[in-house]
Design a protein around this ligand. Structure first.
Ligand code: ZN
Length: 70
């Protein structure tokens, strides 16, 4: 399985998707084709994708930090 770290062109939300053609943004709900999306990383390693995403996330997303602290 391929993990892609993508950036929503609509709202700028960063997230991981395994979709091949299009994915739905968690934040704004818009569906973005992977051709349009900004793909920052493609990897087979889900852990690596999460680490990469975490390193990029802005500090104003405390929900993520809380969730990842466990
Ligand atoms: Zn979005």
């Amino acid at each position: 399985m391929r993990y892609k770290v993508v950036k929503c062109p609509n709202c700028g939300k960063l997230q991981i998707t395994t979709a091949n053609k299009a994915y739905r943004c968690f934040r704004c709900g818009s569906t973005t084709s992977l051709e349009e999306a900004r793909i920052l990383l493609v990897t087979e390693d889900g852990e690596k994708a999460r680490e990469f995403l975490k390193s990029l996330l802005p500090k104003e997303e405390p929900w993520f930090r809380q969730a990842s602290r466990r």
